[in-house]
Design a protein around this ligand. Structure first.
Ligand SMILES: Nc1nc2c(ncn2[C@@H]2O[C@H](COP(=O)(O)OP(=O)(O)OP(=O)(O)O)[C@@H](O)[C@H]2O)c(=O)[nH]1
Ligand SMILES: [Mg+2]
Length: 449
């Protein structure tokens, strides 16, 4: 293993708060040496790897006991970071955990930066960049499905690698064609420019499908965004509160209560739902209400599903709103169903937000309208925005290559475009070190991971 890092790092890896146990992780070439200074048992270095031992963390100078702990040594390269790692399970209080951490720092370790353990695992070659990102996705998963999909990321890396290798092969055959034109003439049709074009088209198509699916997959990872819209006073905020199970949004019988968007999320049947309660839409002279209504209109544009709420009797205003959203993916909800008995409208759902009736039917219809089960069945993994954006640019490169071949352009220009796409693949896979990308990925991690 290459020693890339001089520092030995440490951090609390469990969430800070009251709990039975806290986990502190130390990683680096001096992990054993440093922890030896503050561990009650002699000869820490002689302890077996991967075996839990009992002892105390003590003050380096006074030898006073700080906490009784369980400690495990994971020796390089068989550890999370591929360096020597020591994990210490101490008592879970915030004060005691911080005291143990402080002793480790006093003994010579440095506090880890966010994601630094995973960064070392990547730089030491244990995991790929895409896998490192999926570890963060796993920690931040909002629903069970995202957990499953984050764990599947490795298969995605293999797929990307296969595209990358095909493009490298194409690049190599083009370079041969430039350097040895006479040799190229005698080769079989595999190296023919038109067969090269077919290969580029085939990779391009797969990438385009990947990009298209990414947009759908986002719904699974981040949740389906549902805007709750309608005329004032129809019960939009009451509906949000009913979904959430507590009173987040203000409710009153005065029309125009909600101004700013109020947001709340829930999980149901393994999917996440993000609800956005909006200002009731109407013509108004009130400037602040108007600002709220502008936000409602933006929300309508940016959501996956619109929950159009109204009362039983359709007002002229309802009619105008329905007209505005008629080409979008919407669900019509007739609220306050506790006040009347007729259920004549077959395309609408009857709901009583204050009695919590009909809300599960709305969730089931959202699942259906957003095709969540279909999307879920088709996907094996989810790529993040960084990967999607780079794939998008690679798609542009491949489009350009096809155009260049079609217009009989110089091979050098084709190779230039191809090399550009290879660099982007390398950026995705993390084999091409781009400092900005790199820092951005790991800064979103929590400290201790
Ligand atoms: N009977 C009955 N009243 C309801 C129901 N839902 C809401 N209301 C009442 O309708 C009034 C308006 O409710 P809100 O949730 O504030 O309505 P809104 O659509 O958010 O109103 P704005 O924010 O002004 O656009 C309140 O007095 C609620 O108690 C319901 O299901 N049944
Ligand atoms: Mg409201």
């Amino acid at each position: 293993m290459i020693d890339l890092f001089a520092d030995t790092i440490c951090a609390i890896s469990s969430p800070l708060g009251k709990g039975g146990v806290s986990l502190i992780r130390v990683s680096g070439t001096k992990a054993i040496e440093i922890v030896s200074l503050i561990f009650s048992r002699k000869n820490l270095g002689a302890l077996e790897s991967n075996k839990v031992v009992y002892g105390s963390i003590i003050n380096k100078n006074t030898r006073e006991v700080i906490d009784e702990v369980l400690l495990t040594i994971f020796r390089e390269p068989k550890s999370y970071t591929m360096e020597d790692v020591i994990e210490i399970s101490c008592h879970g209080g915030i004060v005691v955990t911080n005291l143990v951490l402080q002793e480790i720092i006093n003994a010579g370790a440095r506090l880890a930066l966010p994601g630094e353990f995973t960064k070392r695992a990547y730089l030491n070659g244990r995991i790929s960049l895409v896998e490192a990102e999926s570890i963060n996705d796993l920690i931040n998963a909002k629903n069970e499905l995202s957990v499953y999909l984050s764990n599947n990321r490795k298969g995605f890396v293999d797929t990307l690698n296969s595209y990358y290798i095909s493009l490298i092969e194409i690049n190599a055959s083009l370079e041969v064609k430039i350097d040895y034109p006479e040799f190229f003439e005698s080769l079989d049709s595999d190296t023919d420019i038109y067969s090269i074009k077919q290969k580029v088209i085939s990779i391009n198509e797969k990438i385009k499908v990947e990009i298209k699916n990414s947009l759908k997959k986002k719904i699974i990872r981040d949740g389906v965004n549902c805007a709750i819209v309608g005329s004032p006073n129809v019960g939009k905020s009451s509906l949000l509160n009913s979904f959430l199970g507590f009173n987040k949004a203000l409710v009153s019988n005065l029309p125009g209560t909600t101004r700013d968007i109020v947001e709340g999320s829930i999980a149901y049947k393994g999917f996440s739902f993000n609800f956005f309660d909006t200002a009731g839409i109407r013509n108004t002279k009130n400037q602040i209400e108007e600002l709220g209504i502008n936000k409602t209109n933006e929300m309508i544009e940016n959501s996956d599903i619109i929950l159009f709420v109204r009362e039983n009797k359709v007002s002229k205003n309802d009619f105008l709103i329905k007209n505005k959203i008629k080409n979008l993916n919407y669900i019509e909800i007739i609220n306050k169903a506790d006040l009347f008995t007729s259920r004549d409208e077959k395309d609408a759902l009857y709901v009583s937000a204050i009695n919590n009736t009909g809300t599960l039917e709305i969730l089931d219809l959202i699942i259906k309208k957003a095709n969540l089960f279909e999307v879920k069945d088709k996907i094996k993994y989810i790529n993040n925005e960084r990967v999607s954006n780079l794939l998008y640019l690679i798609g542009d490169n491949l489009d350009e290559i096809i155009k260049l071949i079609d217009s009989n352009q110089n091979l050098d220009m084709i190779i230039l475009e191809l090399k550009d796409s290879l660099h982007k693949f390398e950026e995705i896979l993390g084999t091409n070190f781009v400092e900005d990308t790199f820092s951005n990925i790991f800064k979103n991690f929590c400290v201790g991971k």
